[in-house]
Design a binder for this molecule. Structure first.
Ligand SMILES: O=C(O)CCC(=O)C(=O)O
Length: 277
């Protein structure tokens, strides 16, 4: 696959130094509205959602699928601008590892404990942390409704031991406490359509949502082709991404709302069983 340069050298340096980079307005207003509408009106997404207790009396809701389909979510995950950006960060061909809709609802939305995504994915036979997650804000994400928090440069610690906290798997609380004392905690406030690219060893969490506003997000996760897991696990081995041109989001979204009834693609439906991250 040809990888075009999407990130500047400064973006790449920031990602390597800090473990994340934010791209404001990666998606325009029309694309973002299509994503919001698709997600909020999607019964199948809702039916497939499951909860994860946060250890503090709340529960986070999410829906997860392994292969991107031909629906609006698939167009985001397969869009050239995302796939090529990730390819640049991975310095390898990215493949889709899974996507999830985080449905952090108004008033009752639960928290996420401090964790590293590679804390989970290591267990799936993935040998190196050469993966990347792209958090795309569906709703505005603010401190009030539980935006993402990242610990800047925490990916340099490498993978931490993870332990059960509620229904979630969190990073070793003693190490996290020491890291929080020494590293900068950043509240990543985002407008719909902004994208946060983050390294799988970046420690991140988010608060419960006690505000009257939802905080939904689409997170698309990618692995490097050369890092395909050595054993079968809950997320796929290397599968080439059928990359779509950037205008595909609008084409598919507008078609969807021009009267199509079957929204969730069969590929999406088939794999959105109760998988966990
Ligand atoms: O949505 C959030 O606040 C965090 C989600 C997350 O960390 C995850 O899905 O691994």
């Amino acid at each position: 696959m040809m990888i075009d340069m999407v990130f500047t050298t400064a973006d790449m340096d920031a990602y390597r130094r800090d473990g994340y980079v934010v791209v404001p307005s990666l998606f325009d207003v029309e694309e973002t509205e299509l994503l919001q509408r698709a997600a909020k009106e999607d019964r199948a997404l809702d039916d497939n959602a499951f909860g994860r207790a946060d250890g503090a009396g709340g529960s986070v809701r999410l829906s997860l699928w392994n292969h991107p389909g031909d629906d609006v979510y698939g167009m985001f995950a397969r869009s050239r601008r995302v796939v090529e950006s990730v390819g640049q960060l991975l310095e390898d061909e990215p493949y889709h590892y899974h996507s999830k809709m985080i449905m952090k609802q108004a008033v009752t939305g639960g928290a996420w404990e401090w964790h590293q995504d590679y804390g989970y994915w290591y267990e799936n036979g993935v040998l190196t942390p050469n993966l990347c997650s792209v958090f795309i804000a569906v709703d505005p994400a603010t401190r009030a409704n539980g935006c993402m928090q990242v610990l800047k440069a925490s990916h340099h610690m490498g993978r931490l031991t993870h332990v059960k906290i509620g229904d979630q798997t969190g990073a070793d609380p003693e190490r996290v406490a020491a890291a929080v004392e020494r590293m900068e905690l950043v509240y990543v406030e985002m407008a719909p359509g902004d994208a946060l690219f983050f390294h799988p060893n970046t420690l991140h969490r988010s608060d419960q949502n006690r505000s009257p506003n939802d905080r939904w997000a689409l997170i698309c996760c990618y692995n490097a082709r050369s890092n395909s897991p050595y054993k079968e696990a809950r997320h796929p081995s290397y599968t080439p991404i059928s990359v779509v041109e950037d205008d595909a989001i609008k084409q598919v979204g507008l078609k969807r709302f021009a009267g199509e009834t079957a929204f969730m693609s069969s590929a999406h439906r088939a794999t959105s069983d109760r998988l966990s991250g």
